[in-house]
Design a protein around this ligand. Structure first.
Ligand SMILES: [Zn+2]
Length: 119
């Protein structure tokens, strides 16, 4: 299901706010951090935000949960929706965790995620 710009904006702002809070906690608890420590803390925030942005983008794709169940690539029969299933993907911006619709073919007794243009 597609999300509106406002929904995505709210989701990203919520995530960014939590990351910034965590960073500020670290800053308060770390007296006189050196450059290496500051770099590590800032890179952690950058990585978390990058991961969340990519996850939100992936979750918004039609292929995550198509309006109509896909056809089985083996036998061509319509597959059955089996609910949301978690996925983890290693990407250039970090480890992405998101949920995708999962489908099952009763004829071939096999399950799969619908094909996706990216990731
Ligand atoms: Zn099949």
């Amino acid at each position: 299901m597609r999300h509106t710009r406002e929904q995505k904006r709210a989701e990203l702002l919520k995530a960014a706010e939590a990351m910034i809070e965590e960073y500020l906690d670290w800053e308060e608890q770390t007296a006189k951090p050196n450059l290496t420590q500051i770099e590590a803390a800032v890179l952690k925030v950058r990585r978390q935000l990058s991961e969340r942005m990519a996850e939100v983008a992936i979750e918004d794709q039609d292929a995550v949960q198509p309006a109509e169940a896909p056809l089985c690539p083996h036998c061509g029969e319509r597959m059955r929706y089996k609910g949301q299933k978690g996925r983890t993907v290693e990407s250039l911006v970090g480890t992405l965790r998101f949920k995708r619709g999962y489908y099952y073919c009763t004829h071939c007794k096999g399950g799969r995620f619908p094909p996706q243009q990216s990731a």
